[in-house]
Each structure stands twice: as C-alpha cells, then as structure tokens.
Ligand binder design. Structure first.
Ligand SMILES: [Zn+2]
Length: 325
C-alpha cells in the first residue's frame, strides 16, 4: 500500500513536543452523569436540564463526584493531556462536596497532570435564599482561578463581574468567565468583560469562554470588539463541539460557524486555547472528552490548517490561559 502523509499523527507529534495537550475548560464533577433514565430528557430545553442538574448536585456524594472526576481524568490522560482547567460546582445544593472530591483528585493525580480548579456558582452571586454570595466566597477561597457565569445573574451582569474581578485581584488569582455563548447578535458580554477587566486593572489575567455570539455581529463591530479584547489582553477558550447544538433562529446575522471566531482572533494576536466542556452529562451526553475531536472541528470550522498554530492552541496557549508557567 502507498504510504500517505498522516496529518493527524504529525499534529499529535507537534502537540507532544510542546508538552502535551491542555484541556482549558471542563466540568469534571458532572462528567458521566448521563443515565438511561435522564438521557430521555437530554433533548429538552436548557432550563429543564438545569433543574435536573440541580437534583444531581443535591444527591451526589463526595465519592460519586470523585469517581466521575477520576474517570474523566483517566480518559484525558490516555490522550496525553498534561494540564486541565475544570470548573467545579460550589453552591447551596452541592455545598462543599465537589471541593472535597477535587482535593482527593489532585492528591491522586499530582504526578500525572497539573489541575487548575475554578468555581461554578449556578445560583449566581445574589440569590439570598440560596446563600449564593457565601458559597461564592467559599469557592473563591479554594479555587486557583475565579470562575464566572453571567447567565446566572441576568440583569446584574456588571455587578457579577465587579465581584469576580475584585475578588480575583485581592487574591492574586486569574478569572475565566462564560460569555456570549448563545450565538445571538444581541449578546454583548465580551465587550462588558473587556471594559470591566480594564476598569479593575486586570489586563492579561482574564479569559473568556466561548464568545460565539461575536460572530453574529457585523464586521465593523467585530473589529471594535477585537480591539477592545486586545486592550484588555483577554484570552479565549474555544470548546468547538460544545455549541454546535446552538438553536436555530430566524434572526439575521452574518453567516458563520457556531464556535469561537478563532480565525479572526488569531489574526488579532488574541491567545486562544481549547476545552472539551461538558462530558457525558445531561448537556452533552455523547461527549467523551475527546480533544482530537474538538481540535478537528476547530480546524475545519475555522479553516485553520497551520499545524504549528494548531499545536500551540492545543498545548502551550492553554497553559498560558491556565496561568501555568
Ligand atoms: Zn462551561
């Protein structure tokens, strides 16, 4: 048989030469929670999935959370992953159970992989019934990087960012925030994040996760957004498979693929890394933390064929985003 140029093998070699894969974004504590029972509901609206996720957080034991995280890490290690950034839920439902599991995980795998934890506050920061702020403070104390979810505080996004950024600055930590994920032109969260980053003097210490809706804006507006991102020195994490399921909409916008606009970001010298996001849970039941699949989707959808650039995205860029020297 004629030998052909194995591009995948070539790219994998380059990633290895750069210190191995970095998975910048995941929710390891919810991994492998899909069951025959809840799978039937996995095609429902996000709101209903959040409800299911809530019950799961209440019910799970520390050992169950540990087992899920360990299984995901084994899957990632088998691919040659050397660094992971993972959100863990810290809220009134799960309390500190994910923190306890995360400590055990870091002990167990400390020789194999560098893990950076981030706090997920599913009730935002202002829900008093759920003691949201108290649990945010507990999470912020434990994690390596302060995590944010603007959608959890709809209407109070700016205050949410003020608290994240001020807390991170005080603690000398970085910030990662889910932004502009629903692929609609009315989302302006990236600009808000950039402005707040500058206001708090946190330039170069902040990453946005997703940023998909930037694509839905006209080119002149996108240019302004990239300039603002540059000014705030914000880095981006693309989870290429994660939002391929974004809903169909009759809204008009420039034609684009539903993932982080990596092609344009790279042209503006913005640091981009990748992550697998949700693993085999109610949100992404088929996702088995396959970084090659994510990189492949990214290279196709962003028309990115430069092997060295792709290898950087999959490895060293990710470590920079996670603050790993
Ligand atoms: Zn996420």
């Amino acid at each position: 048989m004629t030998k052909y140029w194995d591009l995948k093998a070539t790219l994998l070699e380059k990633i290895k030469a750069r210190g191995g894969w970095t998975n910048c974004h995941a929710h390891l504590d919810r991994a492998y929670t899909i069951t025959k029972k809840n799978f039937a509901l996995s095609n429902k609206l996000r709101g209903e999935k959040w409800q299911l996720n809530r019950e799961l957080r209440q019910r799970s034991t520390v050992n169950q959370i540990y087992d899920r995280m360990a299984m995901a890490i084994e899957v990632l290690l088998a691919q040659g992953v050397t660094a992971i950034g993972s959100f863990i839920d810290v809220d009134d439902d799960v309390k500190d159970k994910a923190i306890q599991a995360a400590i055990k995980i870091r002990d167990k795998y400390q020789a194999d992989v560098t893990i950076k934890y981030l706090n997920q506050s599913s009730y935002g920061l202002f829900n008093q019934d759920k003691k949201a702020r108290e649990w945010f403070d507990v999470g912020a104390e434990f994690v390596d990087i302060i995590g944010g979810l603007l959608k959890a505080d709809a209407g109070r996004e700016e205050e949410h960012l003020d608290i994240l950024l001020a807390t991170a600055k005080r603690m000398g930590k970085m910030v990662h925030v889910h932004v502009d994920e629903i692929n609609l032109p009315e989302e302006h969260e990236t600009e808000m994040l950039a402005k707040k980053t500058i206001e708090h003097g946190m330039e170069g210490r902040v990453a946005g996760i997703h940023g998909i809706s930037i694509n839905a804006r006209p080119q002149a507006e996108r240019e302004k957004i990239y300039k603002l991102i540059n000014k705030a020195q914000i880095m981006f994490i693309s989870c290429p498979v994660s939002w391929l399921n974004s809903s169909r909409s009759e809204k008009l916008s420039p034609i684009h693929n539903p993932l982080t606009p990596v092609d344009e970001m790279l042209a503006h010298d913005i640091t981009v890394g990748i992550g697998v996001d949700n693993i085999a849970d109610i949100f992404m039941p088929f996702n088995n933390a396959d970084l090659w699949l994510d990189l492949r989707v990214l290279l196709e959808a962003a028309r990115l064929h430069d092997l060295d650039v792709l290898a950087k995205i999959a490895s060293t860029n990710g470590r920079k985003i996670l603050g790993i020297k």
